[in-house]
Design a protein around this ligand. Structure first.
Ligand code: NAD
Length: 364
């Protein structure tokens, strides 16, 4: 297979972790007989500095010509004084989500058994580590509904956000969740607030019918959002695949990330409606964390989140499951061998970004 990807490293640690990732991706694909064509483009603060735009036209054109986007992270103190609309994250990631109709956010919550100490949870709560996936609807709900703020009678002020979901939106994200669960432990938990919200009632109905009609092999459990927030810290191992709407997913996926230890380990995928040249979903793949300006330029950043994002890209945008697994295994083996960056070393000896990348590459 010939894979064509647009590489957008971004700012601060973005280029550092991307430099450690590309050799791993290249080696993995070469070993399996595939060819990789990639070109690198400015985005975020780097785009603003060079072209005066967080998402330069040339970058968007390169993304359009590719099968998938491998994204680093954007933003940082250098551009913080810009007006909100011009902020690197808002002016690059949101337009990319909109342009490529990235409706499904897939975030694995993986805490390897030998990294349990990096979690803020007590070890006895997570004896086997954590291994779950959060699937969040990304283009509907409160964040995209009609909004307004106005003065009303008596000099009071009223602000309105609207939460809208359509059956078709719920069906398509349910299909992503079903496919994800099917490749794992076949247990899907739908998180909603069906005791209060009309949209949640629709979610329950549509997800229930979809699973019954297309996935009798999947066990579906329902959980209210308030209970899910508690259960996630009490017993995260009960979750396999968690499916939820945009705002609940925004909050729960961050809660999941924090119990899984370092942001340096957390990959994510945003899947689009359009298909690429290989007939698979177009997608944007990025670490869950930001640009970590506090450690940038010091060879300290953990490249695992970026490397694992590349594995997600192989899985979701190219259907290369075995290749994705080989990268994930190489990361696990490297960590099991005690080779760790500072964020996951628990105060013990640590290696730098480059050495971590090289160690993972060696294990491929
Ligand atoms: P951050 O995620 O960059 O950093 C939070 C903490 O996690 C820091 O202590 C950092 O050192 C650590 N960390 C993050 N990634 C790490 C890695 N790979 N290895 C080791 N440690 C890592 O969050 P922040 O400090 O709130 O944000 C910094 C900048 O990043 C801001 O400008 C923010 O807007 C931007 N940001 C961008 C994205 C994105 O591009 N998708 C996401 C979140 C934040």
């Amino acid at each position: 297979m010939h894979l064509k990807i647009a590489v957008l490293p971004g700012d601060y640690i973005g280029p550092e972790v991307m430099a450690a990732t590309l050799p791993v991706l290249e080696a993995c694909l070469k070993k399996a007989g595939h060819t990789l064509e990639h070109s690198t483009h400015e985005v975020g603060g780097a785009g603003i500095d060079r072209y005066g735009k967080a998402l330069p036209d040339s970058t968007l054109a390169a993304c359009q010509a590719a099968d998938a986007i491998l994204f680093g992270s954007v933003g940082g103190p250098k551009w913080e004084k810009l007006p909100p609309k011009e902020q690197p994250e808002r002016a690059s990631l949101l337009p990319l989500r909109k342009h490529f109709k990235l409706y499904a956010n897939v975030r694995p919550g993986l805490l390897l058994k030998n990294l349990i100490d990096t979690s803020p949870l007590r070890p006895d709560r997570i004896p086997q580590g954590v291994d779950m996936v959060c699937i969040r609807e990304l283009t509907g709900g409160l964040y995209f509904g009609a909004k307004s703020t106005q003065e009303i009678a008596g000099g009071d002020i009223e602000a309105i956000d609207t939460m809208v979901y359509r059956k078709s939106e719920i069906e398509r994200i349910t299909d992503v969740a079903i496919a994800t669960a099917r490749a794992r432990r076949k247990h899907l938990t739908l998180v909603d607030k069906a005791n209060v919200l009309e949209t949640s009632v629709l979610w329950r109905k549509v997800v229930g019918e979809r699973v019954k009609a297309t996935a009798p092999d999947i066990t579906l459990t329902h959980m209210y959002i308030d209970n899910a927030a508690m259960q996630l810290v009490l017993r995260p191992s009960q979750f396999d695949v968690l499916l939820t709407e945009n705002m609940f997913g925004d909050i729960l996926s961050d809660e999941m990330a924090v119990i899984c230890g370092s942001l340096g380990m957390m990959a994510s995928a945003s899947l689009g409606l359009d298909l690429n040249r290989h007939g698979k979903g177009y997608g944007l793949y990025e670490p869950s964390g930001g640009t970590a300006p506090d450690i940038a330029g010091q060879d300290k950043a953990n490249p695992c989140a970026q490397i694992l994002s590349a594995a997600l890209m192989l899985r979701h945008s190219f259907g290369l499951e075995a290749e994705a697994k080989s990268i994930e295994r190489a990361v696990e083996q490297t960590i099991a061998a005690g080779i760790r960056t500072a964020d996951i070393a628990g105060g013990g000896p640590a290696v730098g970004t480059r050495a971590m990348g090289a160690a993972i590459l060696a294990r491929l």
